[in-house]
Structure formats: structure tokens, C-alpha cells
Design a protein around this ligand. Sequence first.
Ligand code: ATP
Ligand code: MG
Length: 370
Amino acid sequence: MKDIILTGDRPTGRLHLGHLVGSLKQRVELQNSGKYEQIFIEIADAQATTDNSGNIQKVKDNVIEVALDYLSCGIDPKKSTIFLQSEVPELSDLTFYYMNLVTFSRLKRNPTVKQEIEYRGFNNSIPVGFMTYPISQAADITGFNANIVPVGDDQLPMIEQTREIVRTFNRLYGEVLVEPHAVLPKNEFCKRLPGIDGNAKMSKSLGNCIYLADTKEEVEKKVMSMFTDPNHVKVSDPGKTEGNPVFIYLEAFCKDEHFEKYFKNEETKELEYKNLDELKAHYERGGLGDMKVKRFLNFVLQDTLEPIRKRRCELENNIPEVYQILFDGSDKARNIVADTLGKVKKAMGLDYRNDKDFITKQAEKYSSNS
Ligand code: ATP
Ligand code: MG
């Protein structure tokens, strides 16, 4: 079977470190491995309207931000198709038919949706479109016959929902849809990167992010203000590294070469810490201050973000070309989803125009009546 990848992001803000480690890095690796038949990357603007109906301008403005972030992280439009969800209306048709294959109580049980409803403070005023967005994600995935979906772990319930829809559809109407699998980052700490405020998830909607496009100064300021272990008051106090976002970020981003670069004594050539385990051990037994760890994290993040920032600066001079990449990608995406929609409608028996036999039989039925 051909391996096809579908993944995407909501244009509700610029992309952040969580996206980088949770999904973007993997996409670039998969793209450059050359092992995949096709890679589709969706800017999910239509989905983003489900919780931003009063602020469509925000969604519209962030489309280019997400596109710039993709390209500056190494997504190559020659190898991956980047497209706009709203430019592929056939996805809405698929969503409509899939809606009948899912119960309302099943939607309400989705743990990610439940948590998002709480974060967004919807209470009882939940937009219907928002409740059904996992179904529209099933349309996004199956529309491209994707079998691989690289995501952070908050998306696992969506992939499970998609798999259920596929199984139900295929059982009722015949084997048409492909059942997808999620691909999570290998590094445990990257599956759900926490926010700088210590919240379990860095998320655009929670405003607790370090953005890929933040300036050097903004990154430094955010790192220095990060939540750490609240009981680590004095430098001499023993500290907790587990659940401490500063250490989680180090787990996600630092490499042994960073210790070589930033913890080497120039005179003795000795390393103060050889690796993260040594740094963690010192913090846990006491005697290592937050400031020193944060300064190190800042260097590590600046090293990671500097090349991305540089590429973004160059791309910002070519905005119309970036939009053209999206339009070309959307045209290509639309052809593929139209083909899937055709197969879906045919399997359901809704392709009247191509069903000559059906029209002939109807004609016979009515002529025998007369
Ligand atoms: P929003 O708050 O608008 O939902 P978001 O920050 O959750 O935005 P999405 O566009 O919903 O971002 O997510 C896009 C992809 O990035 C998904 O695959 C998701 O799993 C992944 N992702 C988002 N935040 C994180 C995170 N903190 N850690 C790891 N992966 C993440
Ligand atoms: Mg999200």
C-alpha cells in the first residue's frame, strides 16, 4: 500500500515550540526521507472558524503566519502539498455524510474536545460546528486516503474517531476508506510540550507559548519568566525536575553538544556538566539555581530558533509567492478529495449522474405502471 501522510494546524496564531517538537520536526524528517508517496499539510482555516466565528479576521491573518512557519522549518512545497482547508469544499461534503455515522454522545465523550470546551469557557454555549470538528478531521484524513498522521498526543482521540468512522462507513457501504494511524514523536517529552506557565499543554489559545517567530529578546524574556518548581526557593534547596517545564524543554531540545558549548571551562577544558542527567542530579540534590538553568535553556532555544528566524526573514520578502504556493497546493488537494468524494457517493448510491442502470430501471418501473 502507498503511504500517504496528512497533517495540519489551525491558523489561530503563529506556530510554537510545541508544534515544532510535536509535529513539524517529524513532518520534515518524513518529507526528506523520500519514503512517502504524498504528503499533504492542511492549514485548517475552516476548522478554526468553529471557535472563532466572531473573529474570522484573526483566522485569515494567521494563514500566512502558519505558512511562513512551515516553510522556515523546512517544509518544501516541491515535496509536500500545503493547502487551505476552505479552498477544498469537497471536504465539507464528506463531513456531512460522516456526521450520520457518529452519535452525539460519542462526540461528547472525546477527552480532547471536553478539555478544549473547558479551556475556551464555552459552558453550555458550545457551537455545533465546534462539537463536530473531530468529524471534519476524519474528512480531512480520509479525503486524501492518508494512512499516516503525525501529531501530538492531544490528537489521538481524533484519530480514533476517524478510525471508527472508516470502519462504520466500510461496513455499511463497502471498502472505500483507508484506516489511518497516528505517528507520535519518539521523545516522550515532545508528545505534549507544557506551556511556559506550567499548564499541561503549550497552546495558541492559552497564550502560554514561545513562538517560532519570537525575537531573540522575546524568547529570553519568556524563558526567564518560566514557571519552575515552586518549592525550589533558595539555590541550596533540593529541586524537582519531574513536571518542571524548564527541564521538560531541556529534555525536548538540548543535545550533548550544548553541554560542550555552554558548560566548558575555558582554562581547564573541563565540562561543568557532561549531559542533562548530571545537570538534573545537581538540581535535585540542591545547589543549582533556576537562573543558571534558565540561562542554559535560553542558549539552547536560541540555537534551535535562530536558523528558523533567518529563513522566515527571507520569506517575508516574498509574501505573494507564499500565497501562490497555498493556491497551487489547494488546486491539487481539491482534485484528490473530489475523487474520494466521488467514490464515497458512489458507494452510498448517491451518484445519480453516473448510475445509468438505476435510471433505466426507474424508467422500466414507471413505464410498466402506465
Ligand atoms: P489551538 O489552541 O488553536 O487548538 P494548538 O496550539 O493546540 O492551537 P493546533 O493547531 O490545534 O495547535 O495543533 C496542531 C498540531 O500540533 C497537532 O498535531 C497537535 O497535536 C500539535 N501540538 C499542538 N500543541 C502541542 C504541544 N504543546 N505539544 C506537542 N504537540 C502539540
Ligand atoms: Mg489544538
